[in-house]
Design a protein around this ligand. Structure first.
Ligand SMILES: Nc1ncnc2c1ncn2[C@@H]1O[C@H](COP(=O)(O)OP(=O)(O)OP(=O)(O)O)[C@@H](O)[C@H]1O
Ligand SMILES: [Mg+2]
Length: 311
């Protein structure tokens, strides 16, 4: 059964004098997310990611198209679906003077929790999201990472079956990001929660997501499992080599080498997995009597994926 299904969603924002300025945030987005999946939306600023999540989370109405979450229509059955989903944003904000547990108590009541059940849920989430040592800190004094964890905890109050996470690791230290990612993976593993997240980080999407959709200017440009996408777009990791001779024949047909391109002084070889292919390539170069003057492994960034997709 599908957790989320969208068909031809469009959304245009009208702003400015007499609402004459139009921004087409979504131009016909369709997607299907099976239950229990972690699905990633990747795209540059302004691509429409937050708009899409907001529509699916019943916070915004689409102009056209339709979407269901857990089989319920997000427009006509928004009240029923709201009980079963939640959303956390990387740049959420709460009342500045409240402490973490107070924020959670407040939102918990909105979900109809009260008394012992509410207190137990809040305690459980404070612990789960590692907020215990900051219970007494007012919201405005929390660090970015702690604010993020609190937003995450808030989104778990109603034990959602579908969770939307808008940039869950935006602006966080690597170690805090790792913990948040581990928690996302655990949520799916232990509770079967379906998770749709947006991110700018290729690595994050790759590590967590079963499927990824690249979205740009309100359209999905490509979609699939990370590995399949890389093969489709012919983008793996890149091994950049400065060789003598510059471009030895035969390198591009070695196993795992997707493409070789000469850029300035470097030969950039896109490979499926650098840790596996690098030793093989170096051995081969040595056998061919090629001199290796410089060698480095680069991760393709999102930018390159889009350049590639736009070609
Ligand atoms: N409430 C709004 N009013 C007017 N325009 C909006 C509104 N919300 C979003 N937009 C515009 O719609 C487009 C898509 O915005 P959206 O926030 O969905 O992008 P995004 O992919 O989430 O970007 P980012 O990576 O920066 O978060 C942008 O051009 C944005 O300026
Ligand atoms: Mg956004």
């Amino acid at each position: 059964m599908l957790a989320v299904e969208a068909r031809g969603l469009t959304k245009t924002f009208r702003t400015g004098w007499l609402h004459r300025r139009r921004t087409e945030a979504l131009r016909g987005v369709s997607l299907e997310v099976p239950r229990g999946a972690i699905f990633g939306l990747l795209g540059p600023n302004g691509a429409g990611k937050t708009t899409l999540l907001s529509i699916l989370a019943t916070l915004l109405l689409p102009d056209a198209g339709s979407a269901t979450v857990l089989g319920l229509d997000v427009v006509r059955e928004s009240l029923a679906v709201r009980r079963r989903l939640n959303m956390a944003s990387g740049n959420a904000s709460f009342v500045w003077s409240l402490r973490p547990a107070e924020v959670l108590m407040f939102y918990g009541r909105l979900y109809g929790l009260s008394g012992g059940a509410l207190r137990r849920r809040v305690e459980e989430l404070v612990e789960l999201c590692e907020l215990t040592s900051h219970r007494k800190t007012e919201y405005n004094e929390l660090s970015t990472g702690l604010k993020q964890r609190l937003a995450f905890a808030k989104a778990l109050l109603n034990e959602p079956e579908v969770l939307f996470l808008d940039e869950p690791t935006l602006g966080l230290d690597p170690d805090v990001s790792i913990r948040i990612r581990a928690q996302i993976a655990r949520l799916r593993r232990e509770r079967g929660t379906t998770i749709i997240l947006t991110t700018h980080y290729m690595r994050e999407a790759e590590e967590l997501c079963d499927d990824i959709a690249f979205i740009k200017a309100g359209r999905i440009l490509a979609q699939g499992a990370p590995d399949a996408l890389k093969r489709q777009i012919r983008l793996g990791e890149v091994i950049a080599l400065r060789l003598d001779p510059l471009e030895p024949a035969g390198l591009a047909s070695l196993p795992g080498v997707l493409e070789c391109r000469l850029r300035e002084e470097h030969l950039e070889c896109a490979v499926d997995a650098a840790d596996k292919r690098l030793p093989e390539i170096l051995r081969w170069l040595h056998e061919q009597g090629v001199v290796v003057r410089h060698c480095e492994v680069r991760e393709p960034d999102l930018e390159e994926v889009f350049v590639e997709l736009n070609r």
